[in-house]
Design a protein. Structure first.
Length: 300
């Protein structure tokens, strides 16, 4: 007869598995849903108005109902494109240049400064960080005139550089990168890279930057939108309308509308077209946030 040995059952083996809370069991809040819908409607209604108003002719813009669309969108786009040989599209290219180059340069400078403030120890570190925090509180409008005077001394006003150079330094971007570097880049990983013989620049480029990718995308998007929508700095710096960004160019068209009411439809259509690059940029970059959030959840 074969002998069998009974395996004792420990209390841990009989302990029930912890219940996993499914998404369907999450508590729902109708009040929060209503508030979010009201906030979304508040933000999207101006966009809806611009979309509907751009479909109207000059005569219909002020004579028809606000939310009553028409069929003149392509006619308005054609009229805007024909204005002074396509000057509007030159403004769009200028805005893309200012925002793209300025946003990328600001992202890189912010990443280097934030990484240094988060992972290095040097004299005056606290003082420098406090100055940066103070810079976050200073509105950019207050700096436009001093920046103009400084660049006028070296003869750089009314050039592309007069808009690009002031856009490179972003105190808020440096502050965000410091937070992201402190949270996303482990010190042990940096020490391991140094032990393997990597220098400071290689450690920053090969190790720190990939870990800070989600934060860098955020800084780039914020800076891109800020430069794209900036009005005061290029308005002060530039005098040649061929160097204008779209914000300053549309402001000039709006001023012409006082004597030429037909220009109002061009302004509204131009405002609609200027939103499209921002929407496309957001839709193209949001996948990086999803990837980083998913990676953080897996690591946790």
């Amino acid at each position: 007869m074969a002998l069998t040995t009974a395996v004792p059952v420990t209390p841990a083996a009989t302990k029930p598995a912890p219940r996993v809370r499914r998404r369907g069991n999450l508590r729902r809040s109708p009040t929060a849903t209503v508030l979010l819908l009201l906030g979304a409607a508040y933000c999207l209604f101006p966009v809806l108005w611009v979309l509907i108003a751009s479909t109207k002719s000059a005569g219909e813009l002020f004579s028809t109902l606000t939310l009553s669309p028409s069929t003149h969108l392509f006619d308005n786009v054609r009229t805007l494109s024909d204005y002074r040989g396509g000057l509007y599209w030159r403004w769009i290219v200028n805005s893309a240049l200012y925002a793209g180059v300025g946003g990328a340069a600001s992202m890189l400078v912010s990443a280097m400064a934030g990484f240094a403030l988060a992972k290095y120890t040097f004299p005056g570190k606290s003082a420098i960080f406090n100055v940066i925090l103070a810079g976050v509180l200073v509105p950019g409008v207050l700096l436009a005139v001093p920046q103009y005077l400084l660049l006028a001394k070296v003869g750089m006003t009314n050039t592309y550089w007069s808009v690009l150079l002031p856009s490179i330094i972003s105190p808020y971007g440096i502050y965000l990168c410091r937070i992201f570097a402190a949270a996303a880049v482990p010190t042990d990983v940096l020490e391991a890279a140094r032990i393997d013989g990597a220098g400071d620049w290689r450690t920053f480029g090969r190790v720190a930057l990939p870990m800070m990718r989600g934060g860098l995308v955020t800084v780039f998007l914020f800076q891109f939108v800020a430069i794209w929508n900036n009005f005061m700095l290029p308005y002060i710096m530039l005098g040649d309308d061929h160097l204008y960004p779209v914000t300053v160019g549309l402001s000039g068209l709006l001023n012409q509308g006082a004597s030429q009411p037909a220009m109002y439809t061009s302004v509204v259509t131009g405002a609609l077209l200027s939103i499209i690059p921002l929407v496309a940029l957001f839709l193209g970059l949001q996948r990086y946030w999803r990837v980083d959030l998913g990676a953080g959840a897996v690591k946790a």
